[in-house]
Design a protein around this ligand. Sequence first.
Ligand code: IMP
Ligand code: MG
Length: 180
Amino acid sequence: MTNKLADDIKEILYDEKDIANKVQELADKINADYKDGLVAIGILKGSIPFMADLIRKIDVPLVMDFMDVTSYEGTTSSGEVRILKDLSTRIEGKDVLIIEDIIDTGITLSYLTEVLKSRGVKSLKLCTLLTKPSRRSEKIKVDYVGYEIEDNFVVGYGMDYNENYRNLPYIGILDEKVYK
Ligand code: IMP
Ligand code: MG
């Protein structure tokens, strides 16, 4: 990793303007679907920029909460999901929307949806900014998808490589030189 974050990015996939347009597009759908409001659950830490932008485009009643889970070491999933931080609000009887940065194998979200469903939610849907369909090993239904991408390791706009690059305002492909 160099001092200049941009030097480690091989290609910019989506710039700030692309992302802003996509966030508005997703918010329009959510506003239309959740007239009575929702509980938005952001998955830490990757969803933070997306969640912050998205909720400000949502104009129905919204409660936000966060969960922190992990299954990753470096660039690959360990396959085992652990809850590091649980919700601080009750979601029983609520319309719940999980907000994720990116879905890769689907292991994280298939585990999380089971956990949250078991708490007696009224409804549970998933929203992700990015998805890598070619990498999916678990069958999950994603209700709101920003972009489908190829199997590249991406960083920025919340997404990290070993906790770095989350603060990049755009989404880019990380240069292999950083992890090879
Ligand atoms: P899954 O359980 O394999 O679907 O992995 C989902 C989580 O892995 C995401 O919430 C991200 O935190 C992380 N992840 C997966 N792919 C990438 C990537 O390309 N860049 C950064 N993080 C990723
Ligand atoms: Mg994540």
